[in-house]
Design a protein. Sequence first.
Length: 129
Amino acid sequence: MTAADPAAGPAAAPASGSEAGRLDALERHQAATDTKLDQILAAIGGGTGQARDSAQGAVQGRLAAPGDLPAQIQAELDRRDQATKAAEREAATGSRLDALERRTAATADRPPAQPERRVTRVMFGPRDT
């Protein structure tokens, strides 16, 4: 392996002044990059573990808490009753609105009736309305 052989790598080649400076700068850059990468991995790994632990603690707390079954049933029944009442109010409002629209349509202005012809009135008398 000679200095001109590219497969020999930088360790086999004798380092000149400019190459040594470049290698030192490259090593410092690589060390800084490795440090930053380690910090990022620590932040990602630590945050996920803390979130998982807090979520698991919350679930365990809910499971360990004594449940008040009658209170839960009553709350569910109250929610169902509120939903039923809301649906009834909506239906009542809709039916009231429909009735109002029908009444308004029935009392809408109608065009005037054709006047009775004089000949008809003279021959048959006034019309009873």
